[in-house]
Design a protein. Structure first.
Lengths: 420, 143
């Protein structure tokens, strides 16, 4: 095997094992930062040894055993006097000698729990939201800081610093590395789902820059969502989030034209929608509803996305059902953005004047003063009502507000179509 | 990237599923592997195929269409099952395939093939062809 090919194979093994490895180590040494370092050290050792010896039969167990031995070295070298560290050292000692079979069996037993605890830790409310996203991508997604930096259009050192700071915060918080149960789990699950959806949206809606979508981020978020459904098979909102992401991602190819321009949902070529992802999304939605979660915010948003996915042609869209789903969503997740989306659906169901009437109150909301989708929607209603000069002004205002270049071009195009 | 992973047929698989202890064991092992794939978030779809004796082929030559009944020769080139995975790269797909339990009783092969992505097609296809292609794939075309 060529050296580069061997390295690729080792990196692939590591990508598959990394999250489990860090999760298991974090539980043992009670420190995410140290756990990640130990995992990295094990990778370095593998890169040195495996090209000579070949990839071992149980690579996950091999990496874990190597990392544990290193942990023991570190604890001994620093002659940890604290009781906690002494205890950890003893626990590690007891298992380090066992063979790979035993370690692998132990890994299999706890891996779900440990991975879930790592996810909850990375998404811990003590961290700022962007730090949660970066840390989740790093620890569970296995992305490099460089990849994360590119995905968020940030400089690599600032992402690296964000991750370092996050790990330090977690270390100082003295967390238990356990999966929260009962009420605490209910309280913290929204943060986990929020982080995954933030990652998805950063890819899907690309808040800034030239590309309308960065599919790699969407794919990563979908993968995290799928992993989470495996770890929490009884949580309807977990399936709701997955359904929402799968259905939205089914439109990725149709959302941009051949020249990269933005294409709105009613004008997308539905033949380009990914039917496999739609089927997977609808199945996840059915599961969420069967678990009794029909009124959860993510399940409702998935149900909304499903209304579009089920319509073979734009004209077949059940806008009245969409309006009623937004009504329910407004009660569980009150937000002016939801109100705006309801107004858009209402205009599609009952005409542009109905939409314009509903916009009146929404326009007073301070939080939406610089929100590009608001004038964009108003422009659309006015355009459909035949008030082209007013529509033009709204589209121009929306274009000035958006930070996405593709969206700006689309909105300026609509302004241009108003004549005058 | 998406890859299609083909489990190639053998003389055994072409005879259909036999209710033996070995087969049962294989199903359990394969079930566990599938669970791993789902847990890792890479599995999009997968199924086993019935023997080619229950399949048909349609041969194309200019305007002619000839239907051929199975079973088909070249057993080892036939497909007995497939997965559709979403992985980061080919190396990851290879690593996952290596972890698959023996899919057949005797020696057998699994083949990994990357799917064309939109970007690959965009370069090769003129816009008219893309449009026709879309129409064929989706039965009804949006505006």
């Amino acid at each position: 095997m060529a050296a580069t090919e061997a390295h690729q194979a080792i990196e692939a093994v590591f990508r598959i094992e990394q999250a489990k490895l860090i999760a298991g180590l974090a539980r043992m040494v009670r420190d995410v930062g140290l756990a990640e370092e130990l995992a990295q050290d094990a990778l370095v050792t593998a890169l040195a040894e495996w090209p000579k010896t070949g990839v071992p039969d149980k690579p996950g167990a091999w990496l874990m055993a190597t990392a544990k031995r290193r942990a023991i070295d570190i604890f001994r070298r620093f002659k940890m006097v604290e009781r906690k560290h002494a205890e950890i050292g003893r626990e590690l000692d007891e298992t380090a000698g066992s063979d790979l079979e035993v370690i692998e069996a132990a890994l299999d037993d706890d891996v779900g729990d440990e991975l879930l605890s790592l996810i909850f830790t990375a998404c811990h409310p003590v961290l700022p939201p962007e730090a949660r996203a970066a840390l989740t991508l790093r620890l569970i997604g296995g992305l490099t800081t460089d990849e994360i930096a590119r995905a968020f259009l940030a400089a690599e050192p600032s992402i690296a610093q964000r991750i370092v700071r996050a790990k330090k915060t977690l270390g100082e918080a003295g967390l238990a590395y356990e999966v929260p149960r009962g009420k605490e789990r209910d309280a913290r699950l929204p943060s986990v789902l929020g982080v995954i959806y933030l990652i998805f949206n950063e890819g899907y809606a690309a808040t800034a820059g030239e590309d309308l979508v960065r599919p790699a981020l969407c794919m990563e978020a979908q993968r995290l969502g799928r992993i989470l459904t495996g770890l929490m098979p009884d949580e309807p909102e977990v399936f709701g989030l997955l359904a929402l992401m799968e259905i939205q991602a089914s439109r990725l190819a149709a959302r941009t034209g051949p020249d990269g321009a933005f294409v709105p949902i009613t004008e997308q070529n539905r033949a380009r929608w990914d039917q496999l992802l739609i089927r997977r999304g609808l199945a996840a939605l059915t599961r969420a509803e069967a678990l009794g979660g029909a009124d959860g915010p993510y399940v409702l948003q998935a149900a909304l996305a499903a209304c579009h996915a089920r319509a073979r042609k734009a004209e077949d869209t059940d806008w009245k059902k969409i309006v009623s789903l937004y009504d329910t969503l407004r009660t569980v997740m009150p937000s002016p953005v939801v109100d705006l989306n309801r107004a858009i659906a209402n205009s599609m169901a009952f005409g542009p004047e109905a939409g314009l009437t509903e916009l009146g109150a929404i326009e007073q909301v301070a939080a939406l003063q610089d929100y590009a989708p608001l004038p964009a929607a108003k422009g659309d209603f006015l355009f459909r009502a035949g008030r082209f000069a007013d529509a033009k002004a709204q589209f121009e205002r929306a274009a000035a507000l958006t930070r996405n270049e593709r969206e700006k071009a689309f909105l300026l195009g609509r302004a241009g179509a108003c004549g005058g | 990237m998406r890859v299609m992973v083909f489990v190639k047929a053998t003389e055994d698989s072409e005879e259909g599923i036999k209710p033996t202890a070995e087969t049962a064991e294989m199903f359990v092992a394969m079930g566990k592997f599938n669970e791993e794939l789902v847990k890792a978030g890479i599995m999009l779809a997968g199924d086993g195929l019935k023997p080619s004796s229950q399949g048909k082929r349609v041969a194309f030559d200019g305007p002619s269409r000839t239907v051929i009944d199975g079973p088909f020769a070249e057993t080892r080139e036939l497909v007995a099952g497939y997965w559709l995975w979403e992985v980061k790269d080919m190396a990851e797909a290879v690593e996952w395939v290596k972890r698959c339990p023996n899919p057949m009783l005797g020696p057998s092969e699994i083949e990994i093939r990357p799917l064309y992505e939109m970007a690959d097609l965009a370069e090769a296809m003129p816009p008219e062809a893309t449009e026709i292609h879309d129409r064929v794939r989706g039965q009804t075309k949006g505006k």
